[in-house]
Design a protein around this ligand. Structure first.
Ligand code: AMP
Ligand code: ZN
Length: 464
């Protein structure tokens, strides 16, 4: 059952064929660390994590690189505006280096909470300045660059096929952008490779270069670092859909111009998380929800968001609403209960993965990561006539892709000592038929966030 993915470059679902058999090189554009990631950003990282797990589930050895943008990403799309890092530093009265470290740590905590596995290699833009300078130097040598008063630019007219990824109408684009564009740029689509520090001013982040003191343009970091860590020709590059028109288009132009070879073979893009009414969640809008605010502080497990993200295919916009999160919370709880139930089966430890359902599951996830269908297969399997032990083995195998920690969900719960003591006191009260005490103790346990279920086989305590 081959793996098919939708390739933005060819606008078709294609079988994934890696450059080196059995291996998959994956580069995912990482966060710009001037603020917390919002749950929209995190949707994109969840989609990339699912892709990575599906590659591994198919037996590929994945080598995953993620960059940290800690310099050069400007507030305007086409090299206008201020460096987001310097802006964030001013907002917080701290240095750009300090906020980069702070928000990188916050990002790593967020992804850990979502069970998103860490990349094999993290790379900060500021750690690869020499490689970026070298790439620009090669482009200059090959005649793709020109100089303006504020920097070195890539001349997009010299690169045929500039719109291959985005499929944009370049004439209309170049015409329409005339008003706000830097008058020294030859074309609106040209982009900065190296920006010079403003005359007379010292930036917090700046470096010497053959063209003068300054800093790299945003796009060059991803080209330089993907080639540094993965080689010149690569497998899969991902990001959100907003990267198609500019960031990834520019990455392709500068990389292929420099090497003369195709850059990445597959480009995959995740659709947006919108807030109700179809408005994109964005850091610049200051309307964003963080994982901390929307989930952790409200006592909702971040894995509820992970589960919620499986309900919409990654190429379709997902709408965030309180109802969708409540539905996901119930859905995850139900799944954990189902897993707990099958784990209780006498043959739980000797169960085997069902070949029939594994095939169905693989068919779903290998059809361009169709997680909504995969979730339906799981329900079909759990409701089938399979033995409990086989159901258990099968769902735990699927969890390699889901990443919902279902083994832990099914394990007997470790209750905190105070709850354990109340449960024991209630057991003794019931033994001596002191129903009033039993009820009072049940209320106390429930007040601590646990549900008490008395059944034929004893009492079950479940965390809410
Ligand atoms: P940034 O930190 O702004 O560079 O963005 C990090 C990642 O989040 C990129 O891959 C973006 O394409 C993606 N992204 C930005 N906004 C959203 C959104 N509302 N929904 C999903 N992904 C997003
Ligand atoms: Zn990038």
């Amino acid at each position: 059952m081959p793996l098919y993915v939708y390739n933005t470059l060819t606008r078709a679902k294609e079988q994934f064929r890696p450059i080196r058999p059995g291996e998959a090189g994956l580069y995912t554009c990482g966060p710009t660390v001037y603020n917390f990631a919002h749950i929209g950003n995190l949707r994109t990282y969840l989609f990339e994590d699912i892709l990575k797990r599906i590659l591994a589930y198919n037996g590929f050895r994945v080598r995953h690189v993620m960059n940290i943008t800690d310099v050069g990403h400007l507030t305007g799309d086409r090299d206008m505006g201020e460096d987001k890092m310097e802006k964030g530093a001013r907002r917080e009265g701290r240095s750009a280096w300090d906020i980069a470290e702070f928000y990188t740590r916050a990002f790593r905590q967020d992804i850990a909470r979502l069970n998103i596995s860490e990349p094999d290699i993290w790379c900060k833009a500021t750690d690869s300045i020499p490689e970026q300078i070298e790439l620009i130097r090669v482009l200059e040598e090959k005649g793709y660059t020109y100089r303006t008063r504020d920097g070195i630019y890539f001349d997009t007219a010299k690169f045929p096929g500039y719109a291959r990824l985005s499929n944009q109408n370049l004439d209309a684009l170049r015409e329409g952008a005339r008003v706000e564009r830097n008058p020294e740029k030859r074309s609106a689509t040209d982009f900065a490779l190296w920006k010079l520090s403003p005359p007379g001013a010292t930036r917090q982040m700046e470096w010497g270069s053959p063209w003068g003191v300054g800093f790299p343009g945003w796009h060059i970091e991803c080209s330089a670092m993907s080639m540094k860590f993965l080689g010149e020709q690569l497998d899969i590059h991902c990001g959100g859909v907003d990267h198609i028109d500019i960031h990834h288009t520019n990455e392709i132009a500068q990389s292929e111009a420099a090497t003369g070879r195709p850059f990445f073979n597959y480009w995959m893009h995740g659709a947006f998380l919108n807030i109700l009414g179809g408005k994109k969640m964005a850091k610049s809008e200051e309307n964003f929800l963080t994982l901390e605010n929307a989930f952790v502080k409200r006592g909702i497990s971040p894995l509820v968001y992970r589960f919620a993200s499986f309900q919409t295919h990654y190429r379709k916009p997902m709408e965030y609403s309180e109802e969708s999160i409540q539905a996901a919370k119930n859905g995850l709880e139900h799944l954990c209960n189902q897993v707990r139930e099958v784990a209780k089966g006498a043959d739980a430890s000797s169960g085997v993965v069902s070949p029939e359902f594994r095939e169905k599951f693989l068919e779903a996830v290998n059809d361009d990561l169709n997680m909504p269908r995969a979730m339906a297969v799981i329900q079909e399997m759990l409701k089938s006539g399979l033995a409990a032990g086989d159901k258990h083995a099968t769902v735990i195998d699927f969890d390699r892709v889901l990443g919902l920690s279902l083994v832990q969900a099914a394990a007997p719960q470790q209750l905190p000592a105070n709850v354990e003591a109340l449960v024991e006191a209630r057991r003794r009260a019931r033994e001596s038929k002191d129903w009033a005490a039993s009820d009072r103790l049940r209320d106390e346990i429930q007040a601590l966030g646990y549900t008490v279920k008395d059944g034929r086989d004893g009492t079950e305590i479940v965390k809410r």
